[in-house]
Design a protein. Structure first.
Length: 141
């Protein structure tokens, strides 16, 4: 007698905006320039860590700014560590820029345009969360 096999597929659903940024400035300088361009005050927070397939823990420097009058936050994470990139599909990009919380209250197109206009930014683009498999490495609240 054949048994019926059921498969549970877990899909990663993201509720944030994510962009990749290429900027050869050190993280502190890049974040300072973001503060000036976006009129905010990023703060360094605990490193974002993931465990790689080899069992090693990779740490990525992370900065956050939360709008006190709104229910969204900006997050900047270095995309590179000594053990490799956080998002390998975009491994040549230096930073990840995310908007978390109520993303719909933010004009992400205008935000990305502002980031692109920054002096030291070489390239910035939105990451397609549905078609970028390794975004499952990134869990933002």
């Amino acid at each position: 007698m054949k048994t019926k096999k059921e498969v549970l597929i877990l899909e990663h659903t993201a509720d944030y905006f994510l962009a990749a940024v290429s900027c050869h400035r050190k993280n502190i300088r890049f974040v300072w320039e973001l503060n000036q361009a976006l009129n905010c005050s990023f703060e360094r927070i605990e490193d974002y860590e993931i465990v790689l397939k080899k069992g090693q823990t990779a740490g990525f420097r992370m900065f956050q700014w939360h709008d006190p009058e709104e229910s969204f936050a900006y997050v900047v994470i270095e995309n590179k560590s000594k053990l490799g990139p956080l998002i390998p599909e975009h491994g040549k990009m230096d930073y990840l820029f995310a908007v978390t919380g109520e993303v719909d209250s933010v004009n992400t197109r205008e935000l990305l345009s502002t980031i692109k206009k920054m002096n030291d930014v070489l390239l910035a683009f939105e990451i397609d969360l549905e078609n970028t498999k390794s975004t499952q490495n990134l869990i933002l609240e």
